[in-house]
Design a binder for this molecule. Sequence first.
Ligand SMILES: [Ca+2]
Ligand SMILES: [Ca+2]
Ligand SMILES: [Ca+2]
Ligand SMILES: [Ca+2]
Length: 437
Amino acid sequence: MTRARAFTTVLVVWVISLGAIALAAMQAGAFRGGAAGRESMARVRAYWAARAGVEEAIARLARDAEDPDESDAMRLYSEFEDAAEGVLEGSSWTVGHSVRGQAGVLLGPQDAHSKLNINTMTQEALLKLPFMTDDVAGSILDWTDSDDDVRLPIGAEVGQYQSLAYPYEPRNAPMRDIQELELVSGVLPDYVRGEDGNLNDRLDSEEDDGDATWPTDNHNGKLDSGWAGVLTASSIDGDLGPGAKPRTVLRGTRASDLVAALGINESQARVISTHASAPSAKLSDFVRQDLNRIPSETGNQPIDARAPALTRDQLTKLLGQFVMEEPEIGAPGRLNLNTCPAEVLEYAPGISAAAADALISERQARATGFASLAQLLDVPGVSREQAARLIDLGEVRSNVFIVNSVGTDERTGVRVELTATIDRSTLPVLIREVYIR
Ligand SMILES: [Ca+2]
Ligand SMILES: [Ca+2]
Ligand SMILES: [Ca+2]
Ligand SMILES: [Ca+2]
């Protein structure tokens, strides 16, 4: 009896002990589940805040696309800045970006057109980049050109990539993403990223703490990014001109239609339409020289030596409302001369340092930026030839912006980062790509 009781007691204690262990395990599980639940709720709140930041930017871009202020090229950017911070219930967002070599994080989306499009770069232009060599520049051009012929003296085509342990093929078409550069033979990720280890165009804490964490950085409060700080693959050219109206293709437009569209006389219209029919003609040719000096295709004789020069107003209309030929869908974007940093101009082909300096100081003096390309002719220290070259590669408005929006749950500090590429090269505004971190 005693033994049985003792047994029972032991059994009960054992059962109770097991029960206690089970209960403790269940409580621990419930605690972990609760923490996970709280964490995921915090992530949901942070996500919606980040998303609100992206939507605010899209709303500003759509409004500007539908109702542009043609006298103020910078209005969109101040509206972006106004919408760059906000709060939802229990959470907040910040939209920001960093500019290579400048301090901290600036409010608002990154203008993709403030960088040079990699798909427009020549060998000569590529060679100005730090760490660039002839063979890497050749390999980049081989990566994007459509053929399989290895560039001389040295480049890389399909054979080079097929001989790797993990073979792949070059795109043989324009790059879609700046990260794609890292696949090109001879390119190291460090060249592309510099201190911007996560390639989000934003100075993050781990990118400004020296060697404490990857990536290595110089802890100077500035994002010393690599090639990706001056190059992009995201900018897109479009056919929308001032007032978001489609531009007219100049080549093939009848002289009589030009008279009405530009407010010019018949001899001016004839020079423009005759010159535009030449395959090598560029819109910038009408800036390079006055109409009475534009030669005919066959010789050095002017088309019409008595054609009056275009007035500023006529030239503004010509450059704003016309394109030489129909742009291809998704063609590489042009550089925005209102927003490109001085450093990006250093890598722009054919632009002298003096002209770049003059452009930047004139721009700083104009709160509304350059409202039209024709205003480049007013920049002291920029020759007509330099103005024409700026017009060949540049624009005064942008189509594509990259919105990096960080949502933060106020109570837990949990963050969600959304990076959305938004595009108004056609209307309505499109979201091309979204990354979530
Ligand atoms: Ca190729
Ligand atoms: Ca970063
Ligand atoms: Ca670091
Ligand atoms: Ca730095």
